[in-house]
Design a protein around this ligand. Structure first.
Ligand SMILES: Nc1nc2c(ncn2[C@@H]2O[C@H](COP(=O)(O)OP(=O)(O)OP(=O)(O)O)[C@@H](O)[C@H]2O)c(=O)[nH]1
Length: 433
């Protein structure tokens, strides 16, 4: 990825409205956000201009607004954006504790002092954080409806998807049903199963690298924090908590998870294509083969190689070659089913383990894959790069992963020698060794 990051990576560019009467601030923030984030930044100098911008652009990811505008006082400005349900951050030059406290009682996201050191860095971080939150589901477990709604509405304000549970049993069920849950906020005092017990049982199924848990309690018991942490919670919040503390803790825990995820990605994924790398293929492949050997499942092992890839590089340059590689990798990832394993072995060579396919199904599967790649429209600038692949498939011989790969490689060679853009399978007598 380039240095300029999409505001978070949700795929859609974020659109941010900056409303301020000071030209210098527009320039400073505009440059800082524009340089560091791949966003659309819209400028307005008054509420009237903001209204026009909102009408013109429709969906806005975030509003950053000052509190001194020619056509509205503080209250009117805040009402203007909140009444339109827009996620709003106040960016002001004046530190006034009373105003800050009063405004933070309204559902704004934050109150940021624009001249404070690091203010722009913080805004950049905030824009990215809010955008990433949109892809995260949080579970709130509390038997008290008002406390549950309070935590849920805060989480929604910060962009999270939210599901709720009235107790531990229901919480565990929701976690099993919804694998997108990454964050759990649980109260301690609940009838039946308390928060600590819920956390202990949750951890038996959901390790720390997949779900983060924050315990919450209003009880003053000094041992409770340790109890939560010892039973698998990542953090703890004393009730009543401030909105700022809540957001800081939630963000920190979610970021720790993301960090673990990116470290895991570094170890298991190919940098260029995002597919599994060779090392991960052998680790995960060995597990799949062990299951197949135990008689429970069937496995096909395939080697796939882009045809005349050197010519693609020579014709379109290395960048064009990379675009073709990524297009093939993404077609492979989309074609594979959840039970399959796809990896980039290196260069223009890929390996696939397809599980539980019968003889005829495997023929359709790999022929379908070959056709899908042949029909890809790989666009590189003005050019459309034609791409085909040759595929060797070892069907259901369960000696070992190495032996199946060697056989798939031999069949791949036959496919190349036979004219490329074709599939050769071990269960076709024409391909016998
Ligand atoms: N763009 C790009 N090229 C790569 C990468 N890795 C390897 N290559 C190139 O891939 C080409 C592979 O060419 P060959 O092994 O000769 O095979 P081929 O041209 O695909 O011909 P056949 O396999 O016989 O169809 C070489 O030119 C490598 O430099 C990569 O990550 N990016």
């Amino acid at each position: 990825m380039s240095d300029r990051q999409a505001a978070g990576g949700s795929g859609q560019r974020a659109t941010i409205l900056l409303v301020e009467n000071a030209k210098l601030f527009h320039q400073m923030v505009g440059e800082a956000l524009g340089e560091r984030l791949d966003i659309d930044l819209i400028h307005a100098h008054s509420l009237a201009e903001a209204a026009q911008a909102i009408e013109k652009h429709g969906h806005l990811t975030l509003v950053l607004t000052g509190l001194v505008l020619s056509d509205g006082d503080q209250e009117k400005i805040v009402d203007f954006f909140l009444s339109r349900q827009l996620p709003t951050v106040i960016v002001t030059g004046v530190f006034d504790e009373e105003v800050r406290k009063r405004l933070l009682e309204r559902p704004i996201i934050d109150y940021v002092l624009k001249n404070a050191p690091g203010a722009v860095d913080y805004l950049v971080w905030l824009v990215q954080r809010l955008d990433r939150n949109r892809r995260i589901t949080a579970l709130v477990v509390d038997d008290a409806a008002s406390a549950r709604m309070h935590a849920s509405s805060l989480l929604r304000l910060y962009g999270f998807q939210v599901v709720e549970a009235e107790g531990g049993e229901q919480g565990l069920k929701k976690l099993t049903e919804d694998p997108t849950i990454r964050l759990v906020i649980t109260d301690q005092e609940m009838p039946g199963m308390d928060g600590v017990e819920f956390t202990r049982r949750l951890r038996a199924q959901h390790p720390r690298d997949t779900v983060s848990v924050i315990g919450v309690s209003g009880a003053g018991r000094s041992t409770l924090v340790a109890q939560f942490l010892k039973n698998g919670a990542n953090d703890f919040l004393h009730k009543p908590f401030s909105r700022e503390e809540f957001f800081c803790r939630v963000s920190q825990n979610v970021e720790n998870l993301e960090l673990i995820g990116s470290l895991q990605d570094l170890a298991t994924k190919d940098f260029l294509t995002g597919l599994a790398n060779r090392r991960h293929f052998f680790a995960r492949g060995a597990e799949l083969m062990a299951q197949a050997k135990a008689g429970k499942r069937r496995a096909c092992v395939a080697m796939l190689d882009i045809d005349l890839f050197k010519r693609i590089n020579d014709t379109y340059g290395h960048d064009g070659g990379d675009v073709a590689l990524k297009a093939v990798a993404s077609a492979l990832a989309r074609f594979a089913r959840p039970q399959d394993l796809v990896a980039r072995f290196g260069g223009e060579e890929f390996a696939v383990i397809a599980m539980d396919l019968g003889e005829t199904e495997s023929e359709y599967f790999f022929e379908g894959l070959r056709a899908r790649i042949e029909n890809l429209a790989v666009q590189f600038g003005e050019h459309r790069i034609p791409v085909t692949t040759s595929i060797g498939v070892c069907v259901d011989r369960l000696d070992s992963l190495d032996a199946m790969l060697t056989e798939a490689d031999r069949l791949l060679y036959l496919a190349k020698a036979g004219g490329r853009n074709q599939v050769r399978r071990s269960n076709d007598p024409a391909n016998a060794a």
